[in-house]
Write a protein that binds this ligand. Sequence first.
Ligand SMILES: [Zn+2]
Ligand SMILES: [Zn+2]
Length: 344
Amino acid sequence: MCAKRTVPLCSLRPAFCTAILKKIRPVRAPIAAAGRGRIVFSSNGTPIRATGTRVVAQDNPWVSWASGIAAGLFATLFPSDCRLCGAPLINISRLPVCEDCLAAIRPITGGLCSICGERLVSPLVFATESCSTETAEALCGLCSRLEPPYVKATAYGSYDSGLRELIHLLKYNQVRPAANVLGRMLAEAIEDLQPLFSGSEVLVVPVPLHVRKLRQRGFNQSDLIARAALKLKAATGGFQLSAGLLERRRETKSQIGLSRHQRRENIRGAFVVVKPDEVNGREILVVDDVFTTGTTVSECARILRRAGASKVYVATVARTLKTEAQHAMRESEIEARSAMAAAG
Ligand SMILES: [Zn+2]
Ligand SMILES: [Zn+2]
């Protein structure tokens, strides 16, 4: 143990030194963890690609050796547990989430509505009238009766378990490096939409927060995620971030527990197109962290279309997917959407 007399730093900063010593993990922890897999370095907090593919370790044995030593030292000096599963972390990363938890986050699979991305339950599949039988696209009951104001909404993963927790880490625990991983997932979701784009530059508009909430949180998570995704798209181009295009002028209550009608009333008039000149005739991609009921992105799409946008698309990192039981409640949603459309 270092004492004041033997280590000069401790005589200056005894409290700091004591804190560091207390943080040192017992020797067994990093050794036990080191045997679980290869040590991977990440400079941006994303040791794993969104697809779950593991980052390939350096081929150079000296680099791998040095990396291993550094990672072991890091884990000893700054012990931390995965914020999702509690396992000790062995990687140098700004994101306190283990590889296994990140790899467990998978894209949505299975039959989805071709417009809103909702999970399809077989009896509710409809074909679009304009399509031939071979190319007919499946629609959910809601979209088959009344099309949303956006062309298509796509999401990377289901809003549950690990992905939900990762989003919460960013939004409620201020773990900003999570935005890099979520941005990669968003970039993958955007790829689904790209065949639909006309070829001209698409304006990317993150769903804005009210200024009061922005001050309270310190950042808009949708904005951070959109920026991270567009960095990955920078090589191919075709996107322009326009974070100030929409403004949230009115604070809205939490949508949790509200009926479809109440959600619509809650969100209506909350957003304003600040720069209508930039919207006219443009294709716009609205970006958000989560698509829950679609009320928020639909309202954004509605006012953007009203301001002259030629087409509006939606991409989110996650989406809530309904169970069969919840599908049974769709009738009330259809009524509410009809009312929303009638009101213009
Ligand atoms: Zn974990
Ligand atoms: Zn749908």
